[in-house]
Design a binder for this molecule. Structure first.
Ligand SMILES: O=C(O)C(=O)C[C@]1(C(=O)O)C=C[C@@H](O)C=C1
Length: 547
C-alpha cells in the first residue's frame, strides 16, 4: 500500500502547523535536492556527520511537502532509518552534530511524522528510536529534548493499533523498579509515557508481567537457571549495592538479583510492584485495583529465591529475620557467608570533620560501633546500607555520611572517606537462601539442618532437647531463642491440620547433619516426643568458602 501522504494523522492539523501546502514552484525546486539526497553517495556516506546532515535535509523536505510524503514507501522507510540512526548523537552531547540532531527530533515531534512510521510498519526503526531515547537520558539534555521524546513516544503508542510487546519493552524496561541501569530521568520519561497512555498500555503491561512469571521451582540446589532456561530471580532487601545483593550473587553467580524494599514482601507483592512502582500517581488510581487482582495470580512465581541475612560475627543474630523465618512458609535451601567490609561514604567535597551524623542499616552501625563512637557521629538507622548511601547522595547531604560498601559508593557517586571501618577485620555475615520448595537433602557434601521448636515448661527440658543431638554425636552450630508473642502456631506434626497452640519461647537450632542422614532423623523423632512444636526450616549444603 502506497501511503503517499500524511492524511492519516490530520491534514488540517498539519496545514495549520505548516501554514500551507508548498506552491508548485517550490515543489519543482525541491525535486532536485529530494532526488539527490536518496543517492547512495549521500545517504550511505561513511561519515556519520554527513549522514546526520542528509537526515536533517530529508526531514526538512518532509516538513515542507507535508501533508504529502516526498518519497514512495520504501524510500520513506529508508529515510526514517537514517533519521533514527542520527539519534545516536543524542547520547553524547559533545558530538559535532548534536544541535542538528536535536532539530531533527524537534521536527519529528512537531509534524508528527512518526504516524507515518507506524503506518509503514517500521517497528524495528521505532524500537531503535525508543532505545536511543532511553539511552540518551544519561546525558543532561534541555527540557525541550525531553518533551519532544515524550511527544513522539506517546504519539507512536496512541497511533498504533496492535502494538507488539517488543516495541513497548524499552518503555516498560525503563520504569522497571529493579532496573538499575536506568537513570531517574529516563524513568520519568517512561513514567510520563505510561501515564499518558495508561488505558491503552494497561493490558500490555499485564501481559508483560505474566510473561515474566515462571513455573514452579525445581528442587535443584544452587542452580543458576530454572527449567525454562531463564535466569534465577533472587530477591534481596534493599537497593543495588547492598551486601545482600553480593550474597545473592555469591550463591547464584548468574542470577538476576531483584532489589525489594522489605523482606516481608520479597516473595509477595513488592516484586510485582517493581513494574509499577514508578507508575505516576494519577495512573495508579485508575488501574491499580485491576492490576492488583490480576497480579495476585502471578505474584507467587515472580522470584525464585530470597536472601536473608541471619547473623553476623560482630553484631550477632538478626532477630527480626529469625521471626520472619517462621512467619513465612519458605524453606532454607542454602547459606552463604560473606565478608563485610564497610566504608564511610560522603558526598564529594564533604570531609570527616563536616559530618554530624551517619546513616546505615542497624547491623552495619553496630559492626562499626567503636569507630563511629570515636568520630562522635550520631547514628541513624535505615533499611539497608546501600539505601543509606543513595539517600545521602540524592539529598546531597553535607552533614551526613553513610556506612556502606565501596560498591554502593561507586553506584551513587559518593566519596570513600574511610575504608574497613568495622570494629574487627573478621566481619562475616551469614545469609540464608530461601525458596518455596525445599531441596532434597544429600549426603555427598557437608550439610546443615535448621530447625525451630518449642518446649513445655519444666526443669531440664531444654537440656533434654539438646541431649538428643549430643547422644548421637551431632554437632550444634547455633542456638537462638525468641519470645513467642502470643501468635498462633500449628501443632508439632506440621501438616496444617493441627489445633492452634500458644508457646512462650521458640528455639532455633542449627546442627551439622543432613536430613538424609538416619542419625539426624532419629534425633528429630526423639525431640518430637517432648517438643510441643517442631518444624524443619531446611537441610542445605554448608558454605565452606569465604570471600
Ligand atoms: O544493608 C545491607 O546492605 C544488607 O545487606 C543488610 C545487612 C544485614 O542485615 O546484616 C547485611 C550485611 C551486613 O551485616 C549489614 C547489613
Amino acid at each position: 500500500m502506497e501511503i503517499g501522504n500524511y492524511g492519516l494523522y490530520g491534514k488540517e492539523e498539519l496545514e495549520q502547523q505548516m501554514g500551507q501546502n508548498p506552491t508548485p514552484s517550490m515543489q519543482k525546486a525541491l525535486t532536485l535536492p529530494k532526488n539527490a539526497l536518496v543517492a547512495d553517495k549521500f545517504c550511505k556516506h561513511f561519515n556519520l556527520d554527513v549522514q546526520v546532515s542528509v537526515a536533517s535535509c530529508m526531514i526538512e523536505i518532509m516538513r515542507i511537502t507535508a501533508p504529502d510524503a516526498p518519497y514512495g514507501d520504501q524510500q520513506m522507510k529508508d529515510a526514517f532509518q537514517l533519521i533514527v540512526s542520527s539519534f545516536e548523537n543524542l547520547t553524547v552531547k559533545s558530538t559535532r552534530s548534536y544541535a542538528k540532531t536535536v532539530s531533527i527530533l524537534e521536527t519529528l515531534a512537531k509534524i508528527r511524522l512518526c504516524a507515518l512510521m507506524v503506518d509503514l510498519e517500521c517497528d524495528g526503526v521505532i524500537i531503535e528510536m525508543f532505545k536511543y531515547f532511553v539511552k540518551a537520558m544519561k546525558t543532561n539534555h534541555s527540557k525541550k529534548v525531553f518533551s519532544h521524546m515524550e511527544t513522539i513516544m506517546v504519539f507512536v503508542v496512541e497511533e498504533s493499533d496492535d502494538i507488539s510487546l517488543k516495541l513497548l519493552s524499552p518503555i516498560f524496561e525503563c520504569v522497571r523498579k529493579d532496573n538499575v541501569e536506568v537513570l531517574p530521568i529516563a524513568r520519568k520519561l517512561g513514567g510520563k509515557v505510561l501515564a499518558a497512555c495508561s488505558a491503552k498500555l494497561k493490558p500490555y503491561l499485564l501481559q508483560a508481567l505474566k510473561l515474566k512469571s515462571i513455573g514452579p521451582l525445581s528442587s535443584a540446589q544452587f542452580s543458576n537457571s530454572i527449567s525454562d532456561g531463564s535466569r534465577l530471580r533472587v530477591a534481596y532487601q534493599g537497593v543495588s549495592g547492598a551486601y545482600s545483593e553480593s550474597a545473592a550473587e555469591k550463591a547464584y553467580p548468574n542470577c538476576e538479583a531483584v532489589p525489594c524494599e522489605q523482606f516481608d514482601t520479597a516473595f509477595e507483592l513488592e516484586c510485582v510492584r517493581m513494574y509499577i512502582g514508578h507508575w505516576p500517581r494519577p495512573c495508579m488510581n485508575c488501574c491499580s485495583i485491576s492490576i492488583w487482582s490480576i497480579l495476585q495470580a502471578v505474584e507467587r512465581w515472580l522470584v525464585d529465591r530470597a536472601v536473608l541475612p541471619i547473623e553476623n560475627s560482630l553484631g550477632g543474630s538478626i532477630h527480626r529475620n529469625y521471626d520472619l523465618l517462621l512467619r513465612h512458609r519458605l524453606h532454607i535451601v542454602g547459606e552463604v557467608k560473606f565478608t563485610v567490609r564497610h566504608c564511610l561514604l560522603a558526598n564529594q567535597g564533604v570531609k570527616l570533620e563536616d559530618l554530624k551524623r551517619v546513616l546505615s542499616h542497624p547491623q552495619a552501625l553496630a559492626q562499626c560501633e567503636n569507630t563511629l563512637t570515636k568520630w562522635g557521629l550520631v547514628r541513624e538507622a535505615v533499611d539497608d546500607t546501600a539505601g543509606a548511601a543513595k539517600h545521602v547522595a540524592l539529598h546531597k547531604l553535607q552533614d551526613a555520611g553513610a556506612v556502606a560498601s565501596s560498591a554502593a559508593g561507586m553506584i551513587y557517586g559518593l566519596n570513600i572517606l574511610a575504608q574497613d571501618i568495622q570494629d574487627d577485620c573478621d566481619n562475616v555475615t551469614r545469609f540464608l537462601m530461601l525458596a518455596r520448595e525445599p531441596i532434597i537433602p544429600g549426603t555427598d557434601r557437608p550439610f546443615k539442618t535448621s530447625i525451630v521448636f518449642s518446649l513445655e515448661e519444666g526443669p531440664g527440658v531444654l537440656f533434654k532437647a539438646l541431649a538428643v543431638f549430643a547422644l548421637r554425636q551431632i554437632n550444634l552450630t547455633k542456638i537462638e531463642s525468641r519470645p513467642l508473642r502470643n501468635q498462633p502456631l500449628r501443632s508439632a506434626d506440621d501438616n496444617n491440620s493441627g489445633s492452634t497452640k500458644y508457646f512462650d519461647y521458640l528455639f532455633y537450632v542449627d546442627f551439622e547433619a543432613s536430613m538424609a542422614n538416619q542419625n539426624a532423623q532419629n534425633a528429630l523423632r526423639h525431640l518430637k516426643e517432648f517438643a510441643t512444636f517442631l518444624r524443619v526450616l531446611g537441610s542445605y549444603p554448608v558454605d565452606t568458602t569465604m570471600i
